[in-house]
Ligand binder design. Structure first.
Ligand code: AMP
Ligand code: GLY
Length: 447
């Protein structure tokens, strides 16, 4: 079978694919859910998966060893591997699979540095005149502290490497920023991810996520989305992976969309190619929309979580040919990608205590009732099966997602889904989408 043909939509009955998805969260459940709708998908596996994923894909347990994963993939005739989280990408999973002639969606190890090293990303932005916060990088704690004493506070102190979303520490005072430097460089709380720190000026504005498929050269932007990173209502509390999301994000007007493509996305993709590191996969740009325009907060090299939970339900087109086109460098042939005009909202139900320590193993009820509400889909994140029950197995447990004609209705519907579900000590934000709803000019019908 010829995957290039598939990427240009020549689908026949014998061009069905065995697909492996790597990961276990809400993003991966949504990916599996969308991939399973493809007429090109024959069999879907997921490792390690969760209780929701297990209903539509075969869960498998494979060692973290990429060579063993490649052996297994060859034995099972896997045609396409889709990698959800950043860690395996940064560790070179795509390189190992490609060396074995296996198709894998995502950047290789060199290109994954865009997320894996904040200093690498900042240097790329500086070199290509991409708008971002002013910064300095330090390996020496004393030098970093001397710098903090000299500059305007607040700052953001960031571990250079991957730190499971916990490596960004706000320094609202000199003492707080100094402590952040010590935590990262001296105490080594994030291990080798903290061999250097990036210290950044504070950017003020509204955040938005920008998701683009990239094939090394060509870009296919997704509709807009926004997540809520803070743990509690009113965007207070601790930074989390994301407590909810919605799409479209009215903050991303068509004008800003064009600006971000021109000033951020194209220069990033070209900049990576110029240094011999073509980026293939998902480029997730975390943006702050400041008074002087959008500025990059971070790059991720994979789909956002929970942004995926609101983006893929809005994607009408088949995802499989798009992912293959990213691998094959043929994304320019996909000019007719279709999106639903409906809006989507996702409310994350978390374990009591999250993002601080929490208990697991709580029985979840009401999942079927929530799923039966028209337009509602419950994506599992931290769940597993235990003696015929679905129980909690992580901090973020479920992403209750709804599609509706407008954002207000989608949010209301998602909350209707939430109230149908129960597990002990569940907590969720009650104000998902509040910024979008409080806007007077609503552009979300456009993208
Ligand atoms: P990052 O992982 O770099 O996106 O940082 C996590 C979160 O910290 C972001 O989503 C922002 O809410 C916040 N943040 C990071 N850098 C800055 C900055 N320079 N100014 C303001 N907020 C920031
Ligand atoms: N929701 C933020 C992220 O996926 O990094």
């Amino acid at each position: 079978m010829c995957l290039t043909e598939i990427s240009t939509y020549t689908t026949t009955k014998d061009t069905t694919l065995n697909i492996l998805v790597i990961g276990q969260g809400g993003r991966e459940h949504t990916l599996v859910w969308k991939l399973a709708q493809s007429s090109l998908a024959q069999k879907i596996y997921c490792t390690p998966g969760n209780a929701g994923i297990a209903q539509i894909a075969e869960p498998i347990q494979i060692d973290d060893d990429f060579t063993k994963l490649a052996d297994w993939s060859e034995a099972k005739n896997i045609d396409l591997t889709v990698i959800g989280p950043e860690n395996p990408l940064a560790a070179g999973i795509v390189d190992v699979l490609h060396e074995r002639g296996l198709k894998a969606f995502g950047p290789n190890k060199q290109a994954a540095r865009l997320e894996g090293s904040k200093d690498f990303a900042k240097q790329l932005m500086l070199k290509n005149d991409i708008p971002t916060a002013a910064y300095q990088t330090f390996e020496d704690a004393d030098e970093a502290i001397a710098y903090i004493e000299d500059i305007k506070i607040p700052v953001f102190v960031k571990a250079d490497g991957l730190a499971a979303g916990k490596g960004v520490i706000p320094g609202r005072t000199i003492a707080e920023a100094t402590q952040a430097v010590k935590t990262i460089l001296v105490d080594k709380t994030f291990g080798n991810a903290g061999n250097s720190v990036v210290i950044e000026e504070e950017l003020i504005g509204e955040e938005a996520s920008f998701t683009v498929l990239v094939d090394g050269k060509n870009c296919l932007p997704f509709v807009s989305s926004q997540d809520h990173k803070m743990s509690h209502d009113g965007d207070i509390g601790k930074n989390t992976g994301g407590m909810g999301a919605y799409s479209p994000a009215p903050v991303m007007t068509p004008e800003l969309h064009e600006y971000v493509m021109e000033r951020v996305v194209h220069p990033t993709v070209k900049g990576m190619s110029d240094i011999g590191c073509p980026f293939k996969g998902v480029l997730y740009v975390g943006l702050m929309i400041t008074d002087t325009g959008p500025k990059v907060l971070e790059f991720n090299c994979r789909f956002g979580d929970p942004e995926t939970q609101v983006l893929l339900p809005r994607l009408k087109s088949d995802l499989v040919p798009l992912l293959i086109a990213c691998i094959d460098g043929t994304l320019d042939q996909h000019t007719d990608v279709q999106w639903r005009t409906e809006a989507a909202a996702c409310v994350v139900m978390a374990s009591g205590g999250y993002p601080n320590p929490y208990q697991t193993g709580k029985t979840i009820t009401g999942l079927e009732k929530a799923d039966s509400i028209e337009g509602v889909t419950v994506f599992h994140a931290g769940t597993k099966e235990n003696e015929n029950n679905v129980v909690t197995a992580g901090g973020r447990v479920l992403g209750v997602t709804a599609l509706a004609d407008d954002l207000k209705s989608a949010i209301e519907k998602a909350y209707r889904g939430v109230t149908a579900i129960h597990f002990e000590d569940a907590h969720w934000r009650k104000d998902i989408g509040h910024r979008a709803l409080s806007r007077t000019i609503v552009n979300y019908k456009i993208r």
